[in-house]
Design a protein around this ligand. Structure first.
Ligand code: GDP
Ligand code: MG
Length: 163
């Protein structure tokens, strides 16, 4: 069994962008695995020398505001359950939102190791959000830019002892 990392966070923080960067074209469809719906995507990730399985929580994009919170919670809890560790993404440009706080609580309760990453951290617009991220009480936020490929070496350093 390979080490499994779940990327979790509210919609639009950059989870799929990071998933695609880690997985490239090595996306495995997991329809035949019990307990895995089309709303969870699983792929074989490469990061430096590290090889592991990564899960992206998709399928939230078309939820209505009313159903979003419940769906987000259920999907994310399932992804967290399947994972050995979680990468919790927030949007450094947006700062902490109530949904981020909801996720922080889900992750804390799971008892799984959590790496907190403030994505979209390229450039100065992200500095305040990076500092605000400490308020989630999940340790030092990692500055990440999934789109520009920044912070990946630091992510590898954090993951290396677990994988
Ligand atoms: P998801 O809903 O969490 O899966 O988020 P997506 O990966 O779909 O990204 C949402 C939006 O954020 C897209 O427009 C991305 O291009 C953008 N995005 C993702 N990563 C970054 C980043 O590092 N910097 C910036 N500025 N935008 C990003
Ligand atoms: Mg997505």
């Amino acid at each position: 069994m390979s080490f499994t990392l779940a990327i979790v966070g509210r919609p639009n923080v950059g989870k799929s962008t990071l998933f695609n960067r880690l997985v490239g074209k090595r996306l495995a469809l997991v329809d035949d695995q019990p307990g895995v719906t089309r709303d969870l995507r699983e792929g074989a990730a490469r990061l430096g020398d590290l090889r592991f399985t990564v899960i992206d929580t998709a399928g939230l994009e078309d939820a209505t505001d009313d159903s979003l919170e419940g769906r987000m919670r259920r999907l994310s809890e399932r992804a967290v359950e399947m994972a050995d560790a979680c990468l919790f993404l927030i949007d450094a440009r947006a700062g902490i939102t109530p949904n981020d706080t909801l996720f922080a609580d889900i992750l804390r309760r799971s008892g799984k190791p959590v790496i907190l990453a403030a994505n979209k951290a390229e450039g100065r617009a992200a500095e305040a959000g990076l500092i605000e991220a400490w308020e989630l009480g999940l340790g030092e936020p990692l500055a990440l830019s999934a789109e520009h490929g920044e912070g990946l070496a630091e992510l590898a350093t954090r993951l290396a002892p677990m994988v």
